[in-house]
Write a protein that binds this ligand. Structure first.
Ligand code: GLN
Ligand code: ZN
Length: 765
């Protein structure tokens, strides 16, 4: 192993920082640029000033090392593909500027399909999936990390460039459609490392003392070959003649076996996630390779918004003393997934505020803890004292509701179980009288400008609650009339009153807090504002009954009540960390259980409980999955099993790769499951058949993710394919997902084609 003797100290740091702008400046600039309202120079200057503000703020807060290259116009994986000249061939040979080629890969252009967008590990952030083939020929094609380093150094804040690690980059990539079977993106590892070596030499020459490679892929289970690839990559990088000191960071979980690999690698520092990956501390004392390395102890939670328990954090750091050559304090993950600044919130209850920390507050925590670790007791005594008091208060602050707790305790297995499906199916068939190949939609109808305007007007006080109600009712009545005219069998109210399927429920439930400015990037310019679950959850009044029963009053046909399931509500919120997720999910489930009861009393015969995030929360490691699926299924059943036999429970899931959760989907015991399937040509049905799934299923026959309008023949083809696997009386005909992002000009003809196809197949049965 090569030992470097001239390693500069790393210094307390964060692994990454939000980049969309404290006031979503980047979002606005991007959208203005895409719409042609500003030019590339104007966009560039917004980026320059956001970067400068971030670097100087992090330095002024007292971090010893400030990250750079964490800025991105869209996504860091796409940045890496562009850096290494690894975009698919369809994006070459055009007269677009490099910037517009970049956006074409992100968003599509003319006839060019964009790269696929998919979830980043177990977060709600989406990255663009590089498509690689044997002909992909990596080459260092951009100087972005060097340029940003120079930019920072000129401001007097020489930074630590952050690069996506070569192994994680390739593991996140997929073989291009035209690649020969068996092509493995990891075949490109050495070629990618060659590019990185060139980049590292340039960074060292330009004066960068440290770089960071991110390898979060190793928080998931990996094969021996993948672990060997990791060892190989950091041996080659470590042995480079000219490079900055190198930190390799893993986050979103424990490194497990990969920790020993990194400990043996000739690099200078390893970053550990000591929140989600605390398990790495067990047995760490026996890992000798860390003794000559710096360990960046990620004790400040980069994924959640709670203040750090300083004593616990310092204790975790203490277990590393003597194990590592040097210990510095950091965040468990990049701060990309938390909002910028708690100080932007004007309307918070002070007791709750004292329990919270957003990105800016987390930076202060890192600095404080690092100083405390270094024994600067005098300078930090007061701040530590204050932090302890806040955490002490927090322990008792989460509002507990004994009624809910007692009710949960009193629930028995029979409260999670409905009658046998056969019995339910008979009584539902009698009550609903639906035809075979029943048609329906997933819930939302297009959110038109007038719907959005009504919400904005209400918020701004331009209209009052009763005017708002009138406008929503008018919208619902239009949507019902349209569905009757199209001839759908099961109708929806269209969800015009919901800006977001989680936020809406958060605003109606006790125990949730909605922020004003707590925006977090979801992908590209898209941001979400996750609510915060801070106390026991309960439902003061019905949340959806008025809208759904109004819709039902307008038609003889059954209208589906529309709820968001407990797992999805948790997945898209910041969750309590003082109790297991399952406990919080069951509290949400009880509120939904009562809501379903009220919907039934109001005459709704069908209720759909959406769980699009069921798979997103699936733990990265196999060993943790059974426990997760246990509480996920349990909370869904708790929410739905109070329904009468004759009430039909639907669920909707938003993805087609079912493999890992297929048994759980069966265990949900919904009467009907609607799923995404149009893009994968009904493959999912074969999976369901394999496990002997016997209940209703609605594989999407209309891909709502594209503006294309399918014609009757296309839908007929998909219905015919589905009928190979599912008998007609259990097969539903519906789109892939909600229609809220589409326009009526596409939706109306598509639904007409869908209904026509279902009718003609039905006639032929
Ligand atoms: N009912 C929701 C809708 O139609 C479901 C959305 C989703 O699956 N993400 O919009
Ligand atoms: Zn969906």
């Amino acid at each position: 192993m090569t030992h470097r003797t001239d390693v500069p100290a790393l210094g307390a740091t964060v692994l990454g920082y939000p980049r969309i702008g404290p006031d979503r400046e980047l979002k606005r600039a991007l959208e203005a640029y895409w719409a042609g309202r500003i030019d590339a120079d104007a966009l560039h200057s917004v980026a320059v000033s956001l970067r400068a503000d971030t670097w100087t703020a992090l330095r002024d807060a007292g971090l010893g090392s400030v990250p750079s290259n964490t800025f991105s116009y869209y996504d860091q994986v796409l940045d890496t593909a562009v850096l290494l000249d690894m975009l698919p061939a369809r994006f070459r040979d055009s007269d677009r500027t490099p910037l517009d080629t970049y956006f074409a890969a992100a968003r599509g252009a003319d006839q060019l399909a964009p790269l696929e967008l998919t979830k980043w590990f177990d977060t709600n952030y989406h990255y663009l999936v590089p498509e690689l083939g044997p002909d992909t020929d990596p080459r260092l094609a951009s100087r972005k990390p060097v340029e940003e380093f120079v930019e920072s150094a000129e401001l007097g804040v020489p930074t630590r460039p952050v690069l996506l690690g070569p192994v994680t980059f390739l593991l996140l990539s997929k073989p291009a459609a035209e690649a020969p079977a068996g092509f493995d993106p990891l075949e490109k590892l050495d070629a990618v490392i060659d590019c990185y070596l060139e980049l590292l030499a340039e960074l060292a020459e330009t004066g960068a003392h440290w770089v960071q490679f991110d390898e979060p892929a190793f928080a998931a289970d990996r094969t021996p070959a993948e672990l060997r690839a990791l060892a190989h990559a950091y041996r080659r990088i470590g042995e480079a003649r000219q490079r900055p000191s190198t930190l390799v960071a893993c986050y979103h979980g424990a490194l497990g076996a990969a920790l020993e690999v990194l400990a043996e690698a000739p690099i200078e520092a390893v970053g550990l996630d000591l929140v989600a990956g605390r398990a790495d501390l067990d047995g760490i004392a026996s890992i000798r390779g860390l003794r000559d390395k710096t360990v960046l102890a990620g004790v400040v939670d980069g994924r959640n918004i709670w203040r750090t328990d300083v004593d616990a954090a310092l204790a975790y750091c203490a277990t590393l003393l003597g194990v590592a050559g040097e210990v510095v304090v950091g965040t468990s993950a990049p701060l990309l997934h938390v909002p910028y600044d708690l100080d932007a919130e004007s309307d918070l209850d002070p007791a709750l505020r004292s329990r919270l920390a957003f990105a800016s507050q987390k930076v202060d925590e890192v600095v404080l803890l690092d100083r405390a670790l270094r024994g600067e007791t005098e300078t930090v005594a007061e701040a530590l004292h204050e932090a302890r008091r806040a955490v002490g208060n927090a322990r008792n602050a989460a509002a507990r509701d004994q009624r809910i707790r007692a009710r949960l305790e009193s629930l028995r297995p029979e409260h999670r179980k409905r009658a046998d499906y056969a019995e339910r199916a008979t009584s539902q068939a009698e009550r609903l009288g639906l035809p075979a190949l029943a048609t329906t939609t997933i819930g939302s109808f297009p959110q038109t400008t007038s719907v959005r305007r009504a919400r904005a007007d209400l918020r701004a006080g331009r209209i009052d609650e009763s005017e708002y109600q009138d406008r929503m009712r008018a919208e619902i009545s239009d949507v019902i009339a349209l569905q009757e005219d199209i001839g759908l069998d099961v109708l929806v109210h269209g969800e015009p009153e919901r800006n977001d399927m989680v936020q809406y429920f958060a605003e109606h439930l006790i125990g949730f807090l909605s922020t004003e400015h707590g925006w977090v990037q979801s992908y590209g310019s898209r941001c979400v504002r996750p609510p915060i679950i801070h106390g026991d959850v309960s439902r003061p009044t019905p949340m959806t009954v008025e809208w759904s029963s109004y819709a039902q009053s307008l038609t003889e046909r059954p209208v589906k009540g529309m709820l968001t399931g407990p797992v999805t509500i948790l997945a898209w919120s910041f969750v309590r960390d003082d109790q297991p997720l399952g406990d919080t999910a069951r509290q949400v489930a009880l509120a939904l259980r009562d809501e379903i009861h009220d919907l039934e009393r109001a005459g709704l015969r069908i209720v759909q409980v959406d769980e699009p995030a069921l798979r997103e929360l699936l733990p990265l490691r196999e060993a943790d999955r059974a426990a997760y699926l246990d509480w996920a299924v349990d909370s869904f059943r708790l929410a739905t099993s109070g329904a009468a036999d004759s009430t039909q429970i639907h669920t909707h899931l938003c993805y087609s790769e079912f493999g890992d959760v297929i048994d759980a989907i069966d265990a949900l015991d919904a009467d009907v499951t609607t799923i995404e399937a149009a893009r994968s040509r009904m493959e999912v049905l074969a999976d369901l058949q394999k496990i002997g799934y016997r209940r209703g299923v609605g594989p999407g026959v209309y891909d709502i993710h594209s503006p294309r309008v399918p014609d009757e023949a296309e839908v007929t083809g998909l219905v015919a394919a589905a009928l190979e696997a599912v008998p007609a009386d259990r097969l539903w005909v519906n789109p892939d997902c909600g229609l809220k992002t589409r326009g009526y000009r596409e939706v109306e003809p598509a639904l007409r084609a869908m209904v026509a196809a279902a009718r003609s197949r039905r006639a032929a049965l």
